[in-house]
Design a protein around this ligand. Structure first.
Ligand code: GDP
Ligand code: GDP
Length: 434
């Protein structure tokens, strides 16, 4: 699990320019899974070998052109609540504005690392103009140009230095997170699941932040439920804000092994639900889709379920090997099944296939249908193995890895899924030079 860094600041200071610079630098190296649309305001980055998630909070606040003061307050409050570190971006061209002062006031009270980033310092002359930002009372600042990249390195050096150590959570218990849009039924689901507080076995306080993994023993399974703390403090920040649910999803997803993605059957698997799905998939987390409030769907012929399933699968292509369950928290229909399925997905995600067996199964399949020749060259795959990573990654060793195209990698992925059960788990297939 990585740390979360939030970028705050008023509109037009350059937050998204900065965000894109950091995200793209990485995406050029790690090729994005094909077919996956990138979230414009949330992504992974790394610096000096330290990985973190970056959130452009501005992007989640509506009407950001003529942003209301209230909105920016919310944005900052949520960043304070959910992030491990905050980058507060200001603009040297406009100098200190009243809105900057308001944000600074909120941030001065925070006991998380705050980095004041004076943007648009494209040349040395502007360096001098930046001194006025001392007046914000946040101490030293970093000058940078998001457009040409100068100064960003210094900021990132300081940032990753202050980020909490990435915990290698060795806990053997599956960690489940219940995610979804507001009103999907998440709290009801958790309540139904845990019944009364007496099911709580222990509270393991998060070491880096106030997030809490709570251990449950239910239906014969032991598991940790991630971020229920957030649910308890629901009253503090109104959850009707889409942004809040995204922020909280990000945090819960980062900390879990398997996401239980709930949505309201009467509202459908819409764009927002899809976003949360890809958030989980991009983070290589296990996923179970729960179509909730099934009791409200009238006319439940067998076809309805089938059609519903097809619609969801269409939306999540090409990663369609995901369990979809129709549940009702109200009537407790299939709640047990949901947890059972999540446990299975957890086991799939931590499954390790012995190299010998993997080769015995995969090499004949490859021989039967080898990678098509590319530019007149033949690719010979000689050997394959599952890598010892926390989620499934497979390396295929061959003479010309660069000539194996995405469709063939997808073919291999599909075959792996057919032969070994990896339902609910994203996987990566690499070609490596041998
Ligand atoms: P946001 O609303 O805070 O996300 O700001 P944007 O990233 O959309 O940037 C607002 C404007 O400032 C755009 O026209 C950017 O091209 C420009 N901009 C961003 N960073 C820099 C910079 O470092 N130098 C200059 N000169 N312009 C910048
Ligand atoms: P959250 O915002 O995702 O935590 O959603 P809540 O758990 O607060 O539920 C939102 C509303 O949906 C509440 O009024 C619940 O009683 C209702 N609800 C939750 N699950 C079901 C269900 O399975 N069937 C029906 N009919 N209502 C449900």
């Amino acid at each position: 699990m990585g740390a979360i860094v939030a970028i705050v600041g008023r509109p037009n200071v350059g937050k998204s320019t900065f965000f894109n610079r950091l995200i793209q630098r990485r995406e050029a190296i790690v090729d994005a899974t094909s077919g996956v649309t990138r979230d414009r305001h949330y992504g992974k980055s790394d610096w000096n070998g330290k990985e973190f998630s970056l959130i452009d909070t501005g992007g989640y606040v509506l009407g950001s052109d003529d942003i209301f003061e209230q909105e920016i307050d919310k944005q900052v409050e949520l960043a304070i609540l959910e992030a491990d570190a905050i980058i507060f971006m200001v603009d040297v061209e406009t100098g200190v504005t009243g809105m900057d002062e308001d944000v600074a006031k909120l941030l001065r009270r925070v006991n998380k690392p705050v980095f004041l980033a004076v943007n648009k310092v494209d040349n040395a002359m502007r360096e001098e103009d930046a001194v006025e930002f001392y007046s914000l009372g946040l101490g030293d600042f970093y000058t940078l140009s998001s457009i040409n990249g100068s100064g960003t390195g210094e900021l990132l050096d300081a940032l990753v230095e202050k980020l909490p150590e990435v915990e290698n959570d060795e806990s053997e218990l599956p960690r489940f997170a219940v995610v979804g849009r507001p009103n999907a039924g998440k709290s009801s689901f958790i309540n139904a699941l845990i019944g009364e507080e007496r099911y709580i076995v222990t509270d393991i306080a998060g070491t880096t932040r106030d997030s809490i993994d709570t251990k449950y023993n239910r239906f014969g399974f032991e598991f940790n439920l991630v971020d229920t703390a957030g649910i308890r403090r629901k009253s503090k920040v109104k959850e009707d804000l889409e942004f809040y649910s995204v922020m909280r999803s990000v945090r819960a997803i980062e900390h879990c092994d398997v996401c239980l993605l709930l949505f309201d059957a009467t509202r459908g698997f819409d764009g927002q639900v899809e976003n949360i799905f890809w958030l989980a998939a991009r983070n290589n987390k296990g996923i179970v889709i729960l179509v909730n409030k099934w009791d409200l769907v009238e006319d439940k012929e067998t076809n309805t379920m089938k059609q519903y399933t097809q619609r969801i699968k269409k939306a999540i292509e090409p990663f369609t090997d995901v369990p979809i369950l129709f549940i009702s928290v109200l009537t407790k229909q299939r709640i047990y099944k949901a947890i059972e399925t999540a446990v299975e997905v957890y086991q799939n995600r931590s499954k390790k296939i012995k190299t010998r067996h993997f080769n015995d199964v995969m090499l004949p399949i490859i021989e039967n249908y080898p990678p098509p020749a590319y530019k007149g060259k033949f690719v010979k795959i000689k050997f394959c193995t599952q890598l010892p990573t926390p989620y499934p990654q497979f390396a295929f060793f061959c003479n010309l890895p660069q000539y194996v195209r995405d469709p063939y990698k997808r073919y291999l992925e599909n075959k792996i899924r057919e032969e070994f059960d990896f339902t609910g788990v994203p996987m990566t297939v690499f070609m490596r030079k041998k």
